[in-house]
Design a protein around this ligand. Structure first.
Ligand SMILES: C[C@H](N)C(=O)N[C@@H](Cc1c[nH]cn1)C(=O)O
Ligand SMILES: [Zn+2]
Ligand SMILES: [Zn+2]
Length: 471
């Protein structure tokens, strides 16, 4: 560790260069959910491969096949980038996973700046992907640049797996990892920086994620849209049916109304219950950061448990319904309601699909509507919970202490990173989540940002972690 101060100094000196690299990556509109942006996602993979290659990594693309769209059209999936730094058999090997695709963003959604032009205001770097997850991936690249420039030998071998479809359920990646199992079977530890601190000031290490199950409910009442004056009162309406169904999924205080879900949740043990008392989390700050009008509970423990260890159900939208400003008076012919469940141990996507389908079928039977009704399951991902007392977490914790002078909180994350469990199972190695962004970064939302300080100190933590892992 005698070199670490030189590494930290170089990170400080070159921080503007690394911010420029982040700026370059943010400018690539790699929105994986938008078929029109698939070319940008592929370009993003190429950009990442070139960065790693320039640094001296052995790089390759994993072809992940094609994506079948709802329309029947097929689109190429962006290739995953595989990079290898060092093949020294006497050293441990760390697998680093990250994603370079982003959620959709338009200035008109309420951004104060162009979402694809990284803009610094008061030490905050605004831009889509700045914290989720281009910033953390660039932080890793920056660390390798610094080590290379200083001529410092890597203390461990590194393997990168970077993808451009995470925000669209990591389609193709599980198979890509399985097909390339021989290339990752020597992995000792894995690290993912793709979540956030629990607050603005205290670093965390994360040992759990919720999974996800996404659903589409399609109801059609006519061949084409109808005039609500001419036809209103004569036709049972699709949107009326859909609203009735969607209103029976979750109560105002977040209770999921689908029978059988609650029974599947892992029981709370005394040990787990005790963990929540020590965590640094302020309910009032959380309320203020989310800008929400109210919270489902004002107890710290209940809120954290609701975010991390219990399932939640969210309604996302209705395709086909009128959503522009103004007062259109149409009866939509076909509407598609969208909702998802965040799932937790011991739930699985398969069992959840059955419970959801059977409940929706029973509601539809009760409705006695003549309309057509179809439920489709979208993407699914398993939850993940690890032991935070292992050597990977100890190395992460020591790295954080070195940079921040404090021990991190051990947290879980309510979001999902579908490939985490796959990486753990295929490499048979422990995985740790090491977030570098703050709780108010607003991933997926308007004005997503990463603080310059988090970005720079994050690089230092990642660098120190490499050396701590080697110990
Ligand atoms: C936690 C991670 N940064 C993230 O944002 N994951 C997404 C994954 C996803 C699932 N469906 C679409 N995207 C999330 O939790 O929403
Ligand atoms: Zn995300
Ligand atoms: Zn992410």
């Amino acid at each position: 560790m005698e070199n670490i101060d030189a590494v930290f100094k170089s990170i400080d000196e070159h921080q503007d260069e690394f911010i420029d690299l982040l700026r370059e990556s943010v400018a690539i509109r790699s929105v994986s959910a938008d078929p029109a942006r698939r070319g940008d996602c592929i370009r993003m993979s190429e950009w990442a491969r070139d960065q790693l290659r320039t640094l001296g990594a052995e790089t390759s693309f994993w072809d992940l096949g094609k994506q079948q769209l709802q329309s029947g059209e097929e689109l190429p999936l962006p290739p995953a980038v595989f990079g290898v730094y060092g093949r020294d058999k006497s050293k441990k090997t760390l697998l680093i996973y990250g994603h370079l695709d982003v959620q959709p963003a338009e200035k008109e959604d309420g951004w104060n700046t162009d979402p694809f032009e990284l803009t610094e205001i008061d030490g905050k770097l605004f831009g889509r992907g700045s914290t989720d997850d281009k910033g953390p991936v660039i932080a890793w690249i920056a660390v390798l640049k610094v080590l290379k420039n200083l001529g410092i030998e890597l203390p461990i071998n590194i393997k990168f797996v970077l993808e451009c479809m995470e925000e669209s359920s990591s389609e193709g990646l599980e198979k890509g990892l399985e097909d390339n199992i021989d290339k990752i079977s020597d992995v000792t530890y894995s690290c993912i920086s793709d979540n956030y601190w629990l607050g603005r000031n205290k670093p965390c290490l994360t040992y759990g994620l919720r999974g996800i199950c996404y659903y589409f409910v399609e109801i059609s009442c006519a061949r084409q849209d109808l005039h609500s004056g001419i036809n209103g009162g004569s036709v049972p309406e699709a949107l009326n049916d859909l609203m009735w169904i969607m209103s029976q999924l979750v109560t105002v205080d977040g209770q999921i109304l689908i029978p059988g879900i609650a029974e599947r949740v892992a029981p709370l043990t005394k040990d787990e219950d005790d963990l929540y008392d020590k965590i640094d989390f302020c309910v009032d700050t959380f309320k203020q950061e989310t800008g929400s009008h109210g919270l489902i509970s004002d107890s710290k423990k209940n809120l954290l448990m609701n975010r991390w260890r219990y399932p939640s159900l969210s309604l996302h939208g209705v395709e086909g319904a009128f959503s522009q400003p103004g007062a259109k008076t149409v009866i939509p012919a076909k509407v598609i309601g969208k909702f998802s469940l965040r799932i937790v141990p011991h739930m699985t996507p398969e069992a959840t699909d059955k419970l959801v389908t059977s409940y929706l079928d029973s509601l539809w039977a009760k409705r006695k509507s003549p309309n057509t009704f179809k439920i489709t399951s979208g993407h699914g991902g398993m939850p993940w919970v690890a032991d935070f007392r292992d050597a990977n977490f100890s190395a992460g914790s020591r790295a954080i202490e070195r940079v921040y002078g404090m021990t991190p909180d051990f947290t879980r994350e309510g979001g999902s990173i579908p490939v985490t469990l796959t990486i753990q199972d295929l490499t048979k190695s422990p995985v740790m989540l090491l977030p570098i962004g703050a709780s108010d970064d607003m991933a997926h939302s308007q004005n997503e940002k990463i603080n310059r300080e988090n970005f720079v100190k994050g690089m230092k933590v990642l660098a120190a972690y490499l050396f701590e892992l080697a110990v």
